[in-house]
Design a protein around this ligand. Sequence first.
Ligand code: SF4
Length: 281
Amino acid sequence: MRWRRSISPEENRGTLCISSQVGCTLTCSFCHTGTQKLVRNLTAGEIVGQVMLARDDLGEWPKPGEPKEETRLVSNVVLMGMGEPLYNFENVRDAMRVVMDGEGLSLSRRRITLSTSGIVPEIARTAEEIGCLLAVSFHATTDEVRDRLVPVNKKWNIATLLEALRDYPRLSNSERITFEYVMLKGVNDSDADARRLVKLIAGIPAKINLIPFNEWPGAPYERSDWERIEAFADIIYKAGYASPIRTPRGEDIMAACGQLKSATERARKSAREIAAEAGIG
Ligand code: SF4
């Protein structure tokens, strides 16, 4: 779970990034979490618990005359931590219903964003049963590259995914879909990629979030150069799409986007390594 303050320091609010699983079954090749096997799905209580814990840590509990939603410290929630939320659909849905309920945490559905790698059969269900905003880990403009980066693309390819996404804003009554695009040097960051991306999503109300790659030990990719990221953003911007470049945060503690891996797994691994070096185990 990660909380980040709004970009503007005078605005005292922030977005909380929460997880839906411990580990992940998908093996997106740029993602550190993807190197950790699925340990288990989180329960609905554990998912809501992440929001409660953050509010508790920030001392944000309801008082008479409680601040309005937009001025809360935890003003937005994104399901972008560990795991694929749509592979734990029922628990995520039940948790988000508690977060949205007036008798629960009372956060509007427009302040919740669920990020999926593209589990097509569950996309319409997300619109109907949760109705939150949707983000998609897109990351590539050809099936050949996306098969490598997001292997679930072999099951539901770009064309199938885009078809499901086209219906989402109408079904969920939300304004636009966020396309997440991690910038990998020499892999998906060319001008041709930017132009193809714009063509592919034509007609879908969208925002494109460019994410400079956060490196992790043994990662098979490098972050695109800043000039390349800016040139890519420029093509998208000129085509009429908002294209913010996400500021990397949390890299120093390996807690940035795509770097999450559970501490227990890391601890277990280092214990194994120590034991191997000592000739035991
Ligand atoms: S990017 Fe998301 S879906 Fe892909 S391996 Fe990482 S946590 Fe799983």
